[in-house]
Design a binder for this molecule. Structure first.
Ligand SMILES: C[S@@+](CC[C@H](N)C(=O)[O-])C[C@H]1O[C@@H](n2cnc3c(N)ncnc32)[C@H](O)[C@@H]1O
Length: 276
């Protein structure tokens, strides 16, 4: 990913998510998640809240063709996921809800859910569904971000966002970081009747070519795009520039070295087994 000379980005939010945020952020978490789950050749795997499909693609490299199913309720994300996977049926993409998985009991050996659980309106139900579709002894691997204060780049971003756009502006971004402790995730997984539950606090170093790129990608490639709505281009540019300069002012020197923007990002990553 190289620095961009102009603030504007061509493409829909899901396309921009796949082009910029997946390589910089979620591909790193996906490699870790698939590794922790120990995905093996031939195993049937489900990726819940697949977004543009990075977890499903990495899992499919291990299972071989036709073994991975991926589900999301956002059709824009699914369309980009299908295209990014080559659209040749190697992965089956399903439009559906994590709260009501359209699969038979015990259909999968592995269920993965990366950075999606925090958005589900009934997290306990979603985890019970994930357990139901796992075969006895099947493996779960799930990740959520920890409190936003533990990820300095995201923290200064929400502070700058609120200063420029007002107190409610950062609600969506702060919502991504709604899990207060690793214990909260552990308890949720245990209460869904999983066994051998382990939750680790994991850090990945995240890097963007510049603060401006980070702010643009957050505001154009995620549901936060709604904050800028249909403002004229000149106004959107001014808002993005203002937030970026706020982020720069609040960032520690080590986050800004070499003109880039780099910081540790923290998440809770849980693994468990279905009983049996
Ligand atoms: C931050 S994205 C993560 C996507 C992907 N797992 C990744 O790591 O790149 C969160 C995803 O959760 C999906 N999502 C939110 N609520 C959902 C639900 N109830 N059922 C299925 N997917 C849901 C959204 O549509 C979005 O694609």
């Amino acid at each position: 990913m190289s620095g961009l000379s102009h603030w504007q980005l061509d493409g829909s939010a899901p396309e921009l998510y796949e082009r910029y945020l997946v390589p910089a952020i979620t591909a790193k978490w996906a490699a870790d998640l698939v590794e922790r789950a120990g995905v093996r050749p031939g195993e049937p795997v489900l990726d819940v809240a697949c977004g543009t499909g990075i977890v499903a693609r990495l899992a499919s490299l291990r299972t071989g063709r036709g073994r991975v199913t991926a589900l999301d309720l956002n059709q824009g994300m699914l369309a980009v996921a299908r295209a990014a996977s080559g659209g040749d049926g190697a992965i089956e993409f399903i439009d559906g809800s994590a709260l009501d998985l359209p699969f038979a009991d015990g259909a999968f050996h592995v269920v993965l859910c990366q950075l999606g659980l925090q958005f589900f309106p009934d997290q306990a139900k979603a985890l019970r569904e994930m357990r139901r579709v796992l075969q006895p002894g099947g493996r779960l691997a799930v990740s959520v971000y920890s409190p936003i204060e533990n990820t300095p780049g995201a923290h200064v971003f929400v502070e700058a966002l609120d200063r420029v756009l007002g107190g409610e502006a950062s609600r969506i971004k702060r919502g991504e970081h709604s899990f207060a402790t690793a214990g909260d995730l552990q308890e949720l997984i245990r209460n869904a009747e999983f066994e051998s539950v382990q939750v680790d606090t994991v850090v990945q170093q995240i890097a963007f070519p510049s603060v401006l790129d980070y702010v643009r990608f957050q505001l154009l490639a995620t549901p936060m795009a709604a904050l800028l709505g249909d403002r004229p281009d000149s106004e959107r540019r001014a808002v993005i520039d203002k937030i970026a300069s706020g982020v720069t002012d609040m960032s520690a020197a080590e986050m800004l070295q070499g003109g880039g923007f780099s910081f540790p990002q923290e998440a809770y990553v849980g693994t468990a087994r279905a009983p049996g």
